[in-house]
Ligand binder design. Structure first.
Ligand code: F6P
Length: 321
Protein backbone atom coordinates (compact mmCIF):
# COMPACT_ATOMS: atom_id res chain seq x y z
CA UNK A 1 0.00 0.00 0.00
CA UNK A 2 1.40 3.40 -0.99
CA UNK A 3 1.96 5.67 1.96
CA UNK A 4 0.26 9.06 1.99
CA UNK A 5 1.04 10.56 5.34
CA UNK A 6 4.03 10.31 7.67
CA UNK A 7 5.01 11.86 10.98
CA UNK A 8 8.39 12.86 12.38
CA UNK A 9 9.49 13.04 16.02
CA UNK A 10 12.68 13.54 18.01
CA UNK A 11 13.19 11.48 21.17
CA UNK A 12 15.83 10.96 23.87
CA UNK A 13 18.67 13.46 24.45
CA UNK A 14 18.80 16.23 21.87
CA UNK A 15 21.75 16.30 19.49
CA UNK A 16 22.97 19.16 17.28
CA UNK A 17 21.73 18.32 13.80
CA UNK A 18 18.25 17.17 14.77
CA UNK A 19 16.80 20.37 13.31
CA UNK A 20 18.38 19.97 9.86
CA UNK A 21 17.21 16.33 9.94
CA UNK A 22 13.62 17.48 10.60
CA UNK A 23 13.93 20.03 7.81
CA UNK A 24 15.10 17.39 5.39
CA UNK A 25 12.36 14.89 6.32
CA UNK A 26 9.64 17.53 6.00
CA UNK A 27 10.80 19.09 2.74
CA UNK A 28 11.63 15.78 1.10
CA UNK A 29 8.22 14.42 2.08
CA UNK A 30 6.56 17.53 0.62
CA UNK A 31 8.63 17.05 -2.54
CA UNK A 32 7.12 13.56 -2.81
CA UNK A 33 3.62 14.94 -2.22
CA UNK A 34 3.30 13.17 1.12
CA UNK A 35 1.46 14.76 3.98
CA UNK A 36 3.74 15.30 6.95
CA UNK A 37 3.04 15.89 10.62
CA UNK A 38 5.43 17.05 13.31
CA UNK A 39 5.01 15.32 16.67
CA UNK A 40 5.99 17.37 19.71
CA UNK A 41 7.93 16.06 22.75
CA UNK A 42 8.75 12.69 21.25
CA UNK A 43 6.65 9.64 22.18
CA UNK A 44 4.81 11.80 24.70
CA UNK A 45 3.34 13.81 21.81
CA UNK A 46 1.99 10.66 20.18
CA UNK A 47 0.45 9.51 23.45
CA UNK A 48 -1.12 12.91 24.09
CA UNK A 49 -2.04 13.88 20.52
CA UNK A 50 0.40 16.76 20.46
CA UNK A 51 1.11 16.93 16.75
CA UNK A 52 0.35 19.18 13.82
CA UNK A 53 0.46 19.36 10.05
CA UNK A 54 3.74 20.66 8.69
CA UNK A 55 4.62 22.20 5.35
CA UNK A 56 7.88 23.47 3.90
CA UNK A 57 7.61 26.74 5.79
CA UNK A 58 7.22 24.96 9.13
CA UNK A 59 10.93 24.19 9.04
CA UNK A 60 12.26 27.54 7.83
CA UNK A 61 15.28 29.02 9.54
CA UNK A 62 16.29 25.94 11.51
CA UNK A 63 19.10 24.47 9.43
CA UNK A 64 21.77 26.10 11.59
CA UNK A 65 20.05 25.69 14.97
CA UNK A 66 21.04 23.24 17.70
CA UNK A 67 18.36 21.46 19.72
CA UNK A 68 15.06 20.42 18.15
CA UNK A 69 12.04 22.55 17.27
CA UNK A 70 9.90 19.47 17.97
CA UNK A 71 11.21 19.30 21.56
CA UNK A 72 12.34 15.97 22.95
CA UNK A 73 12.47 13.92 26.10
CA UNK A 74 12.66 10.49 27.62
CA UNK A 75 9.18 8.98 28.00
CA UNK A 76 8.58 6.32 30.66
CA UNK A 77 4.84 6.21 29.70
CA UNK A 78 5.76 4.80 26.31
CA UNK A 79 7.21 1.75 28.07
CA UNK A 80 3.74 0.86 29.33
CA UNK A 81 1.09 -0.97 27.31
CA UNK A 82 -1.38 1.82 28.00
CA UNK A 83 1.06 4.43 26.64
CA UNK A 84 1.71 2.41 23.50
CA UNK A 85 -2.01 1.79 22.95
CA UNK A 86 -2.70 5.51 23.16
CA UNK A 87 0.16 6.30 20.76
CA UNK A 88 -1.24 3.74 18.33
CA UNK A 89 -4.72 5.26 18.66
CA UNK A 90 -3.26 8.67 17.71
CA UNK A 91 -1.58 7.15 14.67
CA UNK A 92 -4.88 5.59 13.55
CA UNK A 93 -6.89 8.73 14.27
CA UNK A 94 -4.61 10.89 12.12
CA UNK A 95 -4.17 8.23 9.39
CA UNK A 96 -0.40 8.19 9.76
CA UNK A 97 1.21 5.53 7.56
CA UNK A 98 4.76 5.72 8.87
CA UNK A 99 7.03 7.30 11.46
CA UNK A 100 10.49 8.82 11.24
CA UNK A 101 12.12 8.63 14.66
CA UNK A 102 15.17 10.84 15.16
CA UNK A 103 17.06 9.65 18.24
CA UNK A 104 19.54 7.23 19.77
CA UNK A 105 19.48 3.60 20.83
CA UNK A 106 16.88 4.11 23.59
CA UNK A 107 14.54 5.60 20.98
CA UNK A 108 15.19 2.70 18.63
CA UNK A 109 14.49 0.13 21.33
CA UNK A 110 11.11 1.80 21.89
CA UNK A 111 10.42 2.01 18.14
CA UNK A 112 11.35 -1.66 17.67
CA UNK A 113 8.94 -2.82 20.36
CA UNK A 114 6.22 -0.52 18.99
CA UNK A 115 6.69 -1.84 15.46
CA UNK A 116 6.59 -5.45 16.65
CA UNK A 117 3.28 -4.86 18.42
CA UNK A 118 1.43 -2.63 15.96
CA UNK A 119 3.23 -3.03 12.62
CA UNK A 120 3.38 0.74 12.09
CA UNK A 121 6.28 1.33 9.65
CA UNK A 122 9.13 2.95 11.61
CA UNK A 123 12.44 4.27 10.29
CA UNK A 124 15.04 5.71 12.67
CA UNK A 125 17.65 8.38 12.06
CA UNK A 126 20.64 7.91 14.35
CA UNK A 127 21.12 11.10 16.32
CA UNK A 128 23.01 11.14 19.61
CA UNK A 129 26.12 12.94 20.76
CA UNK A 130 27.35 9.70 22.35
CA UNK A 131 27.85 7.90 19.02
CA UNK A 132 26.71 4.67 20.60
CA UNK A 133 24.40 3.20 17.96
CA UNK A 134 25.64 -0.25 17.02
CA UNK A 135 26.49 -0.83 13.35
CA UNK A 136 26.80 2.89 12.65
CA UNK A 137 30.11 4.77 12.56
CA UNK A 138 28.72 8.25 12.95
CA UNK A 139 25.50 9.58 14.43
CA UNK A 140 24.12 13.08 13.98
CA UNK A 141 25.49 15.41 16.65
CA UNK A 142 28.64 13.56 17.59
CA UNK A 143 30.93 15.70 15.46
CA UNK A 144 29.46 18.91 16.87
CA UNK A 145 29.74 17.70 20.48
CA UNK A 146 33.32 16.55 19.95
CA UNK A 147 34.26 19.91 18.42
CA UNK A 148 32.64 21.77 21.31
CA UNK A 149 34.53 19.66 23.84
CA UNK A 150 37.75 20.00 21.88
CA UNK A 151 37.43 23.77 21.78
CA UNK A 152 37.12 23.77 25.59
CA UNK A 153 40.06 21.39 26.02
CA UNK A 154 42.23 23.61 23.80
CA UNK A 155 41.41 26.56 26.03
CA UNK A 156 42.06 24.58 29.19
CA UNK A 157 45.38 23.53 27.68
CA UNK A 158 46.43 27.20 27.54
CA UNK A 159 45.96 27.68 31.26
CA UNK A 160 47.21 24.17 32.14
CA UNK A 161 50.49 24.85 30.32
CA UNK A 162 50.87 28.39 31.60
CA UNK A 163 50.27 27.49 35.23
CA UNK A 164 51.75 24.00 35.00
CA UNK A 165 48.70 22.29 36.41
CA UNK A 166 46.91 18.99 36.29
CA UNK A 167 43.32 19.09 35.01
CA UNK A 168 40.64 16.45 35.10
CA UNK A 169 38.06 17.36 32.45
CA UNK A 170 34.74 15.52 32.51
CA UNK A 171 32.94 15.12 29.20
CA UNK A 172 29.57 13.52 28.44
CA UNK A 173 29.05 9.81 27.96
CA UNK A 174 27.28 7.85 30.67
CA UNK A 175 27.80 4.55 28.92
CA UNK A 176 30.08 5.50 26.07
CA UNK A 177 33.67 6.75 26.03
CA UNK A 178 33.56 7.89 22.42
CA UNK A 179 33.59 11.63 23.07
CA UNK A 180 36.28 11.24 25.73
CA UNK A 181 38.58 9.18 23.52
CA UNK A 182 38.13 11.42 20.49
CA UNK A 183 38.84 14.65 22.35
CA UNK A 184 41.72 13.08 24.30
CA UNK A 185 43.38 12.11 21.03
CA UNK A 186 42.57 15.34 19.18
CA UNK A 187 43.40 17.50 22.18
CA UNK A 188 46.76 15.84 22.86
CA UNK A 189 45.61 14.87 26.35
CA UNK A 190 47.77 12.74 28.57
CA UNK A 191 45.19 10.25 29.79
CA UNK A 192 41.58 9.25 29.35
CA UNK A 193 39.21 7.33 31.60
CA UNK A 194 36.10 5.73 30.12
CA UNK A 195 33.32 3.44 31.37
CA UNK A 196 34.24 0.63 28.97
CA UNK A 197 37.72 0.15 30.44
CA UNK A 198 38.60 -0.43 34.09
CA UNK A 199 41.37 1.85 35.32
CA UNK A 200 43.70 2.01 38.26
CA UNK A 201 44.19 5.53 39.61
CA UNK A 202 47.49 4.46 41.19
CA UNK A 203 48.82 3.80 37.68
CA UNK A 204 47.55 7.16 36.43
CA UNK A 205 49.27 8.81 39.41
CA UNK A 206 52.46 6.89 38.82
CA UNK A 207 52.58 8.22 35.24
CA UNK A 208 51.87 11.73 36.51
CA UNK A 209 54.67 11.68 39.06
CA UNK A 210 57.05 10.17 36.55
CA UNK A 211 56.08 12.89 34.05
CA UNK A 212 56.68 15.49 36.71
CA UNK A 213 60.17 14.13 37.41
CA UNK A 214 61.14 14.39 33.75
CA UNK A 215 59.79 17.93 33.49
CA UNK A 216 56.26 17.39 32.20
CA UNK A 217 54.38 19.74 34.47
CA UNK A 218 50.94 20.12 32.88
CA UNK A 219 48.55 17.31 32.35
CA UNK A 220 45.00 16.89 31.05
CA UNK A 221 43.06 13.77 31.97
CA UNK A 222 39.78 13.41 30.09
CA UNK A 223 37.08 11.61 32.02
CA UNK A 224 33.85 10.29 30.50
CA UNK A 225 30.99 10.97 32.94
CA UNK A 226 30.23 7.25 33.19
CA UNK A 227 33.71 6.56 34.55
CA UNK A 228 33.57 8.89 37.57
CA UNK A 229 33.19 12.42 38.84
CA UNK A 230 35.86 14.95 37.92
CA UNK A 231 36.08 16.50 41.41
CA UNK A 232 36.45 13.11 43.12
CA UNK A 233 39.11 11.89 40.72
CA UNK A 234 41.01 15.19 40.97
CA UNK A 235 40.91 15.04 44.80
CA UNK A 236 42.15 11.46 44.84
CA UNK A 237 45.02 12.36 42.53
CA UNK A 238 46.01 15.14 44.91
CA UNK A 239 45.75 12.75 47.89
CA UNK A 240 47.95 10.15 46.22
CA UNK A 241 50.55 12.43 44.61
CA UNK A 242 50.45 15.62 46.66
CA UNK A 243 50.17 17.51 43.36
CA UNK A 244 47.70 20.33 42.86
CA UNK A 245 44.73 19.53 40.57
CA UNK A 246 41.75 21.26 39.03
CA UNK A 247 38.45 19.71 37.97
CA UNK A 248 36.24 20.88 35.10
CA UNK A 249 32.84 19.52 34.10
CA UNK A 250 31.94 20.50 30.53
CA UNK A 251 28.37 19.19 30.84
CA UNK A 252 25.47 20.20 28.66
CA UNK A 253 27.33 22.74 26.53
CA UNK A 254 28.32 19.66 24.54
CA UNK A 255 24.71 19.02 23.59
CA UNK A 256 24.05 22.49 22.20
CA UNK A 257 25.25 24.85 19.52
CA UNK A 258 25.23 25.16 15.75
CA UNK A 259 25.60 21.80 14.07
CA UNK A 260 28.95 21.46 12.29
CA UNK A 261 29.07 20.87 8.56
CA UNK A 262 29.49 17.14 9.17
CA UNK A 263 26.51 16.89 11.53
CA UNK A 264 24.39 18.93 9.10
CA UNK A 265 25.35 16.97 5.97
CA UNK A 266 24.62 13.76 7.78
CA UNK A 267 21.27 15.07 9.00
CA UNK A 268 20.17 16.34 5.59
CA UNK A 269 21.13 13.12 3.82
CA UNK A 270 19.63 10.83 6.44
CA UNK A 271 16.37 12.82 6.47
CA UNK A 272 15.97 12.23 2.75
CA UNK A 273 16.98 8.57 3.08
CA UNK A 274 14.43 7.95 5.83
CA UNK A 275 11.57 9.21 3.65
CA UNK A 276 12.86 7.12 0.73
CA UNK A 277 12.86 4.05 3.01
CA UNK A 278 9.27 4.59 4.10
CA UNK A 279 8.17 5.10 0.48
CA UNK A 280 9.97 1.86 -0.44
CA UNK A 281 8.12 0.00 2.32
CA UNK A 282 11.16 -0.47 4.55
CA UNK A 283 10.65 -0.53 8.29
CA UNK A 284 12.15 -1.47 11.67
CA UNK A 285 15.53 0.01 10.67
CA UNK A 286 17.86 2.77 11.75
CA UNK A 287 19.88 4.86 9.30
CA UNK A 288 23.35 6.20 9.90
CA UNK A 289 26.74 6.66 8.28
CA UNK A 290 29.33 3.88 8.11
CA UNK A 291 32.55 4.12 6.11
CA UNK A 292 31.25 7.21 4.35
CA UNK A 293 28.02 5.58 3.20
CA UNK A 294 24.44 5.68 4.44
CA UNK A 295 23.61 2.30 5.95
CA UNK A 296 20.39 0.64 7.08
CA UNK A 297 20.71 -1.34 10.30
CA UNK A 298 17.82 -3.29 11.80
CA UNK A 299 16.64 -1.80 15.09
CA UNK A 300 17.41 -5.16 16.72
CA UNK A 301 21.07 -4.76 15.67
CA UNK A 302 21.27 -1.02 16.33
CA UNK A 303 20.28 -1.38 19.99
CA UNK A 304 22.96 -3.94 20.83
CA UNK A 305 25.99 -2.69 22.77
CA UNK A 306 28.37 -0.98 20.34
CA UNK A 307 31.87 -2.33 20.43
CA UNK A 308 34.17 0.66 20.79
CA UNK A 309 37.71 -0.10 19.69
CA UNK A 310 39.18 1.77 22.64
CA UNK A 311 42.50 -0.09 22.78
CA UNK A 312 43.57 1.49 19.47
CA UNK A 313 42.67 4.96 20.77
CA UNK A 314 44.57 4.33 24.01
CA UNK A 315 47.64 3.09 22.22
CA UNK A 316 47.84 6.16 20.02
CA UNK A 317 47.02 8.60 22.82
CA UNK A 318 49.81 7.12 24.94
CA UNK A 319 52.36 6.97 22.09
CA UNK A 320 51.70 10.56 21.09
CA UNK A 321 51.77 12.03 24.62
O1 F6P B 1 22.34 12.29 24.96
C1 F6P B 1 23.33 11.52 25.54
C2 F6P B 1 23.67 12.06 26.88
O2 F6P B 1 24.07 13.39 26.74
C3 F6P B 1 24.71 11.28 27.65
O3 F6P B 1 26.02 11.56 27.26
C4 F6P B 1 24.40 11.71 29.04
O4 F6P B 1 24.86 10.81 29.98
C5 F6P B 1 22.91 11.76 29.04
O5 F6P B 1 22.54 12.06 27.72
C6 F6P B 1 22.33 12.78 29.96
O6 F6P B 1 20.95 12.64 29.96
P1 F6P B 1 19.93 13.69 30.50
O7 F6P B 1 19.73 14.71 29.43
O8 F6P B 1 18.71 12.90 30.75
O9 F6P B 1 20.53 14.30 31.72
Amino acid sequence: MAIKKIAVLTTGGDAPGMNPAIRSVVRYAVHHKLEIMGVFRGWWGLINEELKNFDSRSVSGIINQGGTILKTGRCPEFKTLEGQERAYATIKKFNIDGLVIIGGNGSFAAAHSFYEKYQVPCVGIAASIDNDVNGIDYTIGTDTAVNTALDAIDKIRDTATSMERIFVVEVMGRESGFIALTVALGGGCEDVLIPEKAFDLEVVCHDLVHGNLIGKMSWIIVLAEGAGKAAEIANKITEITGLETRAVVLGYVQRGGRPTSLSRDLALNLGKAAVDCLIAGKTDIALGMTQGKIVEVSFAQAIKKKNLNYEEFYRLIKILT
